[in-house]
Design a protein around this ligand. Structure first.
Ligand SMILES: Cc1cc2nc3c(=O)[nH]c(=O)nc-3n(C[C@H](O)[C@H](O)[C@H](O)COP(=O)(O)OP(=O)(O)OC[C@H]3O[C@@H](n4cnc5c(N)ncnc54)[C@H](O)[C@@H]3O)c2cc1C
Length: 221
């Protein structure tokens, strides 16, 4: 089992994989960077003092690190990251964060993983790392082409909620979907993405009787 320590690293970009026009996976040299699934790193580019947080998308046993990035057109770092080249060094720090699975829960709990957009990144790491995890991902996007690498998940464990397109999966927001499904005491809920969605999901779960101890979240913005 990897240990968690804090370290500072210059690492090279090994691969860039575009998933949509504005969303891409950066694969980085892992060196000796250890982390627990669900944690994030901070990344700086072009010797800038500005760093941003990115959840680790890869699994804890992969020999590389990956992050899933959406370019924010009015932003700064994500636009620069879209233009990096293979071989270019970037600075990473970490790992950070407490969005983690209690591994004692793995044998007998059901994990309900609720994300919007790139908020699916830490859940991708969970699924790659914990092969026997009993999970359901509820992924909210605007358009179905944002179902990032959905073939990585068991098809019956991945629910796509599209809010602006009637094409596949559930038509509506993750909150609309959640209101319709039953919850049971053996469920553990993880929520990741924008703060407005997280507050709404939290409120829906509490109204359904879910205990606060069984809800875990990570706010991106
Ligand atoms: C713990 C943590 C983990 C994160 N993990 C990821 C990740 O895995 N992938 C990822 O793409 N981003 C992630 N983010 C967001 C990321 O850190 C940056 O905020 C994002 O890349 C924008 O950076 P920027 O410099 O381009 O824009 P900034 O100049 O930092 O921000 C510009 C504006 O965009 C808003 N914004 C930030 N992110 C988004 C978004 N996804 N959608 C819409 N608006 C947004 C900001 O609130 C701000 O108003 C994470 C944030 C946190 C706190």
């Amino acid at each position: 089992m990897p240990t968690v320590k804090s370290s500072k690293n210059m690492v090279a970009i090994k691969q860039i994989r575009f998933l949509t026009d504005h969303t891409f996976v950066l694969r980085l040299d892992r060196t000796d960077f250890n982390f627990k699934p669900g944690q994030h790193l901070t990344l700086g580019v072009n010797n800038s003092l500005q760093h941003r947080e990115y959840s680790i998308y890869s699994g804890d046993k992969d020999d590389y690190l990956e992050i899933l990035v959406r370019e924010i057109l009015e932003g700064d770092i994500s636009v620069q990251l879209k233009n990096v080249q293979v071989g270019q060094p970037v600075e990473i720090n970490g790992p950070f964060g407490i969005l983690r699975i209690n591994e004692e829960d793995l044998p007998d709990k059901k994990f309900i993983l609720i994300a919007t957009g790139t908020g699916i990144a830490p859940f991708h790491s969970f699924v790659r790392s914990y092969k026997n995890m009993d999970y359901t991902i509820i992924h909210g996007v605007k358009y179905s082409n944002e179902a990032y690498e959905k073939s990585e998940y068991d098809f019956h464990r991945y629910v796509l909620c599209t809010s602006r397109e009637k094409k596949e999966g559930f038509q509506g927001r993750v909150t609309d979907y959640l209101r319709k499904i039953p919850v049971t005491p053996d469920m553990r809920f993880y929520i990741c993405g924008n703060s407005k969605m997280i507050y709404e999901v939290y409120s829906i779960l509490r109204n359904k009787g879910v205990q606060t101890n069984d809800i875990f979240s990570e706010v991106y913005f």
